[in-house]
Design a protein around this ligand. Sequence first.
Ligand SMILES: *Cc1c(COP(=O)(O)O)cnc(C)c1O
Length: 404
Amino acid sequence: MAASDDKTTSRRPLRPATELVHGGTVRSQYGETSEAIFLTQGFVYQTAEAAEARFNGEDPGFVYSRYANPTVAMFENRMCALEGAEAAIGTASGMAAVNLAIMASVKAGDHVVAAKALFGSCRYIVETLLPRFGVDSTLVDGTDLEQWRTAVRPNTRAVFLESPTNPTLEVIDIAAVAEIAHAVGARVIVDNVFATPMFQSPLTLGADVVVYSATKHIDGQGRCLGGVVLSTREWIDDQVMPFVKHTGPAMSPFNAWVLLKGLETLTIRVERQSSSAARLADFLAGQPEISRLIYPGRPDHPQAALIARQMRGGSTMLAFELKGGKPAAFAFTNALEIIKLSNNLGDAKSLITHPATTTHRSVEETARAELGITDGLLRLSVGLEDPEDLLEDLAGALSAAAAL
Ligand SMILES: *Cc1c(COP(=O)(O)O)cnc(C)c1O
């Protein structure tokens, strides 16, 4: 499929906000304004010869929606334009994308290195699932480059990391890790969910593969699951496509359409949510009930210099620790009126999570302590509400925590 629609395949390179609205659009014979939903499993061929040509690759059209679909292709091509990638594959969820990127990179006897501050299910794949299939894995403190250097082996075929990390918003030096990984020929896979495509471009920093849970900021309105893997045309065609065709993690065309509509507003949402997050972070940092405030956009973030080098903005996320531990964190959460208690993130609605008892409940206590996930820690995903209302909500919850 063409990378873009007729007139928007511009003579000049387009800026991200423009690509987000027009990138990847292909119109049917009706010339519809909004992208069409091709809710179809298969495609009909005019003749037996046409079917033969489609199947032997002479005619590059669509065959079956487990392989590719016109609406999903529009989403994939829009993501490529945004990320500066040659090729992409949309998947049913973010975890399907992570699993696909890792599984397409390894075989029995290989080794994988990952940063230990991982989304719970990513950690399960690396720590539990891969060894079941004869792939060894090593987890390192992602911020310590010496640990990456010691961990890589001649048979390390993939390294996997998230930056900023969930939930403590640590930042990993992607360019430095890529140099270490490439020295042994390992593929660098970056889960860029927390940074969003607006604030960090791992491919330009030296990563080979970028994955997203599109469920988060790309949808941004809490409606559907989705994921995407972005990389070179060669790797996607030769290694990823066969895996996709035969194992079936395909994205639904309907979800691809929802996500295309989400992408149209991604810049304005992420900008607004981040500027609100910065205001809330500044407010919380000065409060006596708070012992620790982590926000990638503040100069007091322990890795502010790396953030300035590697990222183009702060974050829609912040994390903070209440002095009174779990009782204070629970009192605080229960007193909130506008901010909802939920484990999702990147949504138009502000959402708060107590990682120690929910998303990171299954991580062992010592590992949790190592990751800085204390009983007083809360993770806040800032939404699109008026920041003044959010400030008032937080102030009320702080009084509730203080009154314990
Ligand atoms: C949510 C998330 C995932 C998994 O995505 P799903 O769409 O829920 O499958 C993977 N990585 C990170 C960093 C996430 O936040």
